[in-house]
Design a protein around this ligand. Structure first.
Ligand SMILES: C[S@@+](CC[C@H](N)C(=O)[O-])C[C@H]1O[C@@H](n2cnc3c(N)ncnc32)[C@H](O)[C@@H]1O
Length: 270
């Protein structure tokens, strides 16, 4: 495959999760170090590409539910990833053209491609913040957020497949609390998070060793550790479940939990 020329200043010597995820999803915005890590982890976790697709499908089902059934019109999508099919604003605006979406990611390549996320319907709006979820103030105070979202109205805060990259509990839990405390009653928190709960310990250890060998900060969390992010919120049916099982449609293929190895949940602020 011909290597795309990296944008000036981009570090392509080390795997970046946004680009690895793009690789697993069949995209073209990835480099040799991303593919080397992607292949090494796939050797340990052969279902990884299926897992990524199921995670994207969860994003679509959650945004559809929030827009069509819960009446949400504002989204803060943190850890957006590289643009792909059915990004949050496209799913939401198909149902409610006036929906507003603020995207946030800390990866320089996502910033380069952010224009593809700023393709709002004329009635709605999209904005992009180049920020780190570990610095909640930078997100909450960004003019892209304050000028796009009305924080007196409910917001769905989306943290899809990003929190397992925030490995330090002492940072992760307070950061999410700070962000969600700024949202009004009736807001939703949407989480998907990798877990080793369904695997034998050897597989968890092998995946962790591969992540360390490629300098990828990554942390599996258990179901109760994921639940801690949702403390005080009302879980939407069916609760915290393997990602493929969250409101699966009649035609959804739901593989064994070990092949989704991601917990997913949507919860509402009372
Ligand atoms: C696995 S991708 C998930 C993309 C998308 N949310 C999805 O589920 O399809 C994780 C994304 O989180 C971003 N990310 C990782 N750590 C982050 C941080 N500390 N702050 C903001 N974004 C982060 C990565 O750059 C990447 O784009």
């Amino acid at each position: 495959m011909e290597e795309p020329r990296p944008p000036v200043g981009l570090d392509t010597s080390k795997a970046h999760v946004a680009r690895v995820y793009d690789y697993w999803l069949g995209g073209k915005d990835n480099f040799e170090a991303d593919r080397a890590y992607g292949d090494a982890l796939e050797a340990r976790v052969p279902s990884i590409r299926l897992t990524c697709r199921m995670n994207r499908q969860f994003l679509g089902r959650a945004v559809s539910f929030l827009t069509a059934d819960a009446g949400i019109r504002q989204f803060l999508d943190i850890g957006t990833g590289l643009p792909t099919a059915d990004n949050t604003h496209q799913v939401a605006q198909r149902i409610a053209p006036a929906a507003r979406v603020v995207y946030t990611d800390n990866d320089p390549l996502v910033l380069v491609h952010a224009r593809a996320l700023l393709t709002s319907s004329p009635e709605g709006r999209t904005a992009y913040i180049d920020a780190d979820v570990r610095d909640p103030g930078a997100i909450l105070e960004a003019k892209e957020l304050t000028e796009t979202l009305d924080l007196t109205e409910p917001v769905a805060v989306m943290l899809i497949a990003v929190l397992h990259l925030v490995t330090d509990d002492a940072v992760a839990y307070p950061a999410i609390s700070t962000i969600f405390d700024a949202m009004p009653s009736g807001s939703y928190l949407v989480i998907s998070h990798a877990t080793g709960d369904f695997w034998p310990q050897e597989q968890v250890d092998a995946a962790n060793a591969t992540n360390q060998a490629h300098n990828v900060d990554f942390r599996f969390r258990t179901r109760s550790e994921v639940a801690r992010f949702l403390t005080g919120l009302d879980l939407v049916d069916p609760g915290i479940v393997p990602v493929a099982e969250w409101r699966a449609g009649p035609d959804s293929v739901v593989p064994p939990s070990a092949e989704s190895n991601i917990w997913a949940a949507v919860a509402k602020k009372p």
